[in-house]
Design a protein around this ligand. Sequence first.
Ligand code: AMP
Ligand code: ZN
Ligand code: ZN
Length: 425
Amino acid sequence: MPIRSLAPALLSLAALSGCATTATQPPASTPVAQAEQRAPVTILVSIDGFRADYLTRGVTPNLNALAAGGVEAPMHPSFPSKTFPNHWAIVTGDRPDHNGIVANSMEDAARPDEKFTMSSDDPFWWNDVEPIWVTAEKAGVRTATMFWPGSNVPWGGTQDKEWPHAIHGGTRPSDWAQFNQQISGTQRVNMVLDVVRRPTDIRPRFLTLYFDTVDTAGHINGPDAPETTQAIAEVDRHIGELVAGLKAMGQPANLIILADHGMAARATNRIIALDSIANPADYRVVESGPYASIAPVPGHEKALEAALLKPHDHMQCWRKGEIPARFHYGSNRRIPPYFCLGETGWEVQATKPRAKVSGGNHGWDDRAPEMQALFIANGPAIVPGAKPAGDFANVDVYPMLAKLIGVTPRPGDGNAATLAPIVKP
Ligand code: AMP
Ligand code: ZN
Ligand code: ZN
């Protein structure tokens, strides 16, 4: 029961005990607690690998209810449709080619002996573009992240020259957590609810929440497997826990629930082995899978180009500067000189795998139907039933988030016009 509705009961108790001056006039000194009018918070939720059409499997009552009372539309990921580049695109408003996180695994000539992996939290890799939680913190808007790639990085910090593990300076969300897959979905939701339950002065106004189990199930079992559907249903229950917890404390929230990319099935008979196309003495594979990024052995460029830059079945290769413009990819210093993209469902591997290939993957063409990502918005600032102005990409979410949080967005790759119709003026 809201505290304010206790007031009449308190008043009648006071009258009964004889403390009241008259039966109808409350005493001036009666302490009547006021229910707090909580200002809305914005919660950005990522369900990794939640393909847009997973919503139609009939196992997501909570997500479907939020969609019905708000806005739902498939969202284009940015290319390449991988986890780290896309999570960073969503919170910076810049596509991977501009945001510095061009892949889940990267090299940089400025750090010749290092490789970026999904556990690299040295700001060197992340400093190209400021994420929205740093912009918010600088503007005095408190933020909290219950996981999000890059949210554990002291953004803007610098590595000590003598002690590489020491980082000087940098900004993180006021509350953040080191990623740990073992922390259950319910624990993650409760951690968000716990910080939202705080008094106003230390309550965050922008939060993130991240679930990885749908992506993991999709990789292991494939997008169409019952195990993947089970993982979808389980995350939907966590969304239900979040909504119920917020409601119980009377906390209005603008929920933006989305995915970084979709998922497509892979198969043993859909593998392209690079060593059957080019001479392994001419190149080094930096990343392989739905695409391969390739560095030439110095002096062997001509032979490598002759092998790669010709038509292939189910795969196309380019010099990095000649990747078609629609991918918005190829200018970043961290993209290796050659890039081969498989047809959706086809993987480009260094050699033919010995074991059977099954399950699912992502990283393909950002326009492929299988790569389309979930997008739902619901809350007091969202226009129920509104439609985005045409197709939209995940970088367009950033200007909308900035508006919801009340901070000035950086100019970037996002188009503010596509999602403008879904936010109340
Ligand atoms: P991908 O290889 O693109 O499918 O990446 C998905 C995986 O990224 C998930 O299964 C998580 O284990 C992992 N992951 C997500 N967030 C983080 C993080 N902040 N730090 C390290 N790994 C993460
Ligand atoms: Zn992902
Ligand atoms: Zn994945």
